[in-house]
Design a protein around this ligand. Sequence first.
Ligand code: ZN
Length: 313
Amino acid sequence: MQPPKADMSSPSPRYVGRFAPSPTGPLHLGSLFTAIASWLHARQQQGHWLVRMEDLDPPREQTGAAEAIITTLTNWGLHSDAPVLFQSERLHAYQKTSDQLLETGKAYRCDCSRKQVATEGLASPEGWRYSGRCRERQVASNKQHCIRLDSRSVQIQFTDELQGPQQETPEQLYGDFPIRRADEYFAYQLAVVVDDAYQGVTHVVRGIDLLSSTSRQICLQQKLGLTTPNYCHLPVLIGEDGQKLSKQNLAKPVPVDYDLETMRWLLDALALDSDQAPLASGPKAALEWAAQHWQPQRLAQLKQLAAAPSSPC
Ligand SMILES: [Zn+2]
């Protein structure tokens, strides 16, 4: 099956970006900040911008959140250039990739209990890593198991557009990581890699809280022979408690409809001079102006931005 194309008459774009929210609640200021930054980055390079709904974990999801997120994005002038891709409709692709990794010996079944994993874990800069106990054990498929990627002998090097050169040795850092969980849900890392390739994503612009996932994703790309996109990890917005704004710490939702003061605050946070922006002309005009003036390097090396106390949401 071919990925959905935004415009069949145009050649494959050299830039395809994406925004990939999880429908665990409505959009908050931090997620709208990332959505706008990824849109500006794509638009400035005449690229395509896609929305992908990461609805792979039903117990964590909120009924109606996916629709609410898409409505809010649309009202803020952020339109996906192809139909929104729902990961819940992509399970066959994740299954196929997981099978392929198992069959080629790049992944294996692991039936270790949580306790075993914890007690036998090896020390690592991230705290501990899986010992690799099941690599050679040939765990039967009818036993409850997770599937782990064999991360031995992989070296990761990439240059993040804002955070600079990154270098990691997965085996020493986090070891063999799950691509399918013991509860049979596919892991976020596998789904993202499969879908970034399926959608032809060339540029990933997202929050720095996901920087630690990037080497796992590149590790998977290497095992699957896939091209690694460019990465740009933005600072995250933090609230008054010093924590990243997130649905988990009940960050307030942004207005469903375009709100001038919120857009002003967001453009300032993105190091743009909102006084110059045609904010009163609506979201489309404000965003087009912002794309012309967007200079992501102004956010280079920044890890976080305070969203309090002056933030509108
Ligand atoms: Zn194991």
